[in-house]
Design a protein around this ligand. Structure first.
Ligand code: ATP
Ligand code: MG
Length: 477
């Protein structure tokens, strides 16, 4: 509100826009607040000391209030290219199309995505380019119609058309507390309907991530995609292959760590988008319908949703361990069964699965290392041995690995007694803890290897090949 009033007092227009207006109307607590204004980024910066300009492709002002960031965007010009508009070659972009007011507006809309997604998700701002020394007005698209840059400023009447869905295009005017609705967004919100503004195919081509956003809002809000908005997805979903993997990573987090991950999975599968976003994950689910792998992913996402609802932290590392559980298991099973618990086999399997998924979605290294550790710790957790168990407890990734073990047990892929044993160990105080650990040295605690297998899950068998009982490794049995 302070941001809005300061802008207004300085003689600018100031609106709340996008998700926050939509969410308030739906009785949902907004995640963040976006402000739209006719003030240019430089002017915004002059008004607020606690302000930074970010983004080259889509310049924005971030105004900081303690830990909160208010995103202030200047109105952009319209989205749809006029008939016959030239499509620029990305190589030919230059930054000198003047003040932009009489430019024969080709297109516009968004390539802020990366920055915006990062900012909204609160992750990794390191790739945000915050050079702020030029005030050029420019825009460009690539040969497929994708928007590369969008800094042509306009009025609110222009700005509205570049937004994605009608429900996201409502403006709340601080000057008279009215809602400006150019696209029948209010009606669509009332009908719980998601409708793209403009021609859906064009809008998806401009920015294929809008397909994922459609799925995300369907999952988050329980809206239905209006048929014209849903239909083109089936033919356009592979355009996601051209989206920078870093941006798809941010979108993946928004889909699965936003508190509606289980529904996101269902919606993505229903639209065939999972195969375009995470092909190895989709392939695995298709190959083993109803398998423990599918169960593990769904339950894991449900647990994650519950954690978000309870304001507990969630991590990309754990999410990717869930997503990659099937693909990693398939990789491991390429090795002879007696080697399934060998660390090099597990590491190679995780690396192969990560590489496969990274063709579309980048996974920063700190998270892929976490995934590796979580998988590598599974055999150690399954057969706790003596005092080594105490050291395992100290492992920085113990808690995540233990949660994964518990989930596996829930899905019949690990022993419930082992989980109970580790729970007891964690709860035990000093001396008691040592006793428990020592008792495990002679074979206690490592419950039965009752994992079902047959491609549908990693067996926990073969892990006792050294010490303790050795099981016959009877393939398939
Ligand atoms: P939430 O914050 O709940 O994820 P949101 O609608 O606020 O949802 P943001 O990503 O924060 O989504 O974007 C804010 C607004 O910017 C959107 O409501 C929409 O109007 C516009 N917008 C964001 N991304 C795009 C896009 N890819 N194409 C068109 N408009 C977009
Ligand atoms: Mg938002």
């Amino acid at each position: 509100m302070r941001v809005l009033y300061r802008l207004k007092e300085a003689g600018f227009q100031a609106f709340l826009v996008g998700g926050c207006v939509r969410d308030v109307l739906l009785g949902i607590q907004p995640k963040d607040f976006d402000v739209a204004t006719d003030a240019h980024p430089e002017e915004v910066r002059r008004l607020f000391r606690n302000c930074r300009l970010i983004g080259r492709r889509f310049r924005l002002a971030h105004v900081f209030f303690g830990r909160e960031i208010i995103e202030v965007a200047t109105f952009r010009a319209q989205s749809a290219p006029p008939p016959g508009a030239e499509i620029e070659d990305p190589e030919d972009i230059d930054d000198d199309d003047g003040e932009g007011d009489d430019a024969p507006a080709p297109l516009s809309e968004a390539a802020r995505f990366q920055q915006q997604a990062a900012a909204a998700a609160g992750h990794d701002h390191s790739h945000i380019n915050d050079d702020d020394d030029d005030d050029d007005f420019d825009r460009s698209v690539d040969v497929q119609g994708r928007i590369l840059r969008d800094n042509v400023y306009g009025t609110i009447d222009d700005d509205v058309w570049r937004r994605d869905f009608t429900a996201n295009a409502l403006y709340y005017n601080i000057a008279d507390f009215s809602i400006w609705d150019y696209t029948s967004g209010l009606e669509d919100i009332q009908a719980r309907r998601l409708r793209l503004i403009g021609d859906p195919e064009t809008r998806y081509r401009e920015d294929p991530v809008r397909m994922l956003r459609a799925a995300r809002f369907e999952a988050k809000l329980g809206f239905t995609l209006e048929p014209g908005t849903a239909a083109p997805i089936a033919t356009l979903r592979d355009l996601l292959a051209d989206v920078p993997p870093a941006r798809l990573f941010e979108e993946t987090l928004k889909l699965f760590l936003g508190g509606h991950g289980a529904r996101s999975l269902a919606v993505l599968r229903q639209h065939g988008l999972l195969g375009a976003l995470l092909p190895p994950v989709a392939a695995c689910l298709e190959r083993f319908p109803g398998s423990p792998i599918e169960q593990l992913l769904i339950r894991g996402l449900e647990n994650t949703d519950a954690r978000v609802a309870a304001d507990k932290p969630v991590t990309p590392g754990f999410l990717f361990a869930l997503l990659l559980y099937g693909p990693v298991g398939l990789e491991i099973e390429k090795a002879p069964e007696e080697r399934w618990t060998d660390l090099p086999v597990i590491f190679d399997a995780v690396d192969a699965a990560v590489r496969a998924v990274q063709k579309r979605v980048s996974l920063p290294r700190r998270f892929s290392l976490g995934v590796r550790d979580m998988f590598a710790l599974q055999p150690r957790l399954e057969v706790p041995r003596g005092r080594r168990a105490l050291r395992t407890l100290e492992h920085p990734r113990f808690r995540a690995a233990f949660d994964l073990l518990a989930l596996r047990a829930d899905c019949g892929m690990a022993s419930a007694e082992t989980v109970a044993w580790w729970t007891a160990l964690q709860e035990a105080a000093g001396p008691q803890r040592e006793q428990l650990a020592e008792a495990s040295g002679n074979g206690q605690g490592g419950g039965g290897g009752n994992a079902p297998r047959g491609g549908s899950g990693r067996s926990s068998r073969g892990r006792r090949r050294r010490g303790g009982r050795t099981r016959s490794t009877n393939p398939g049995g």
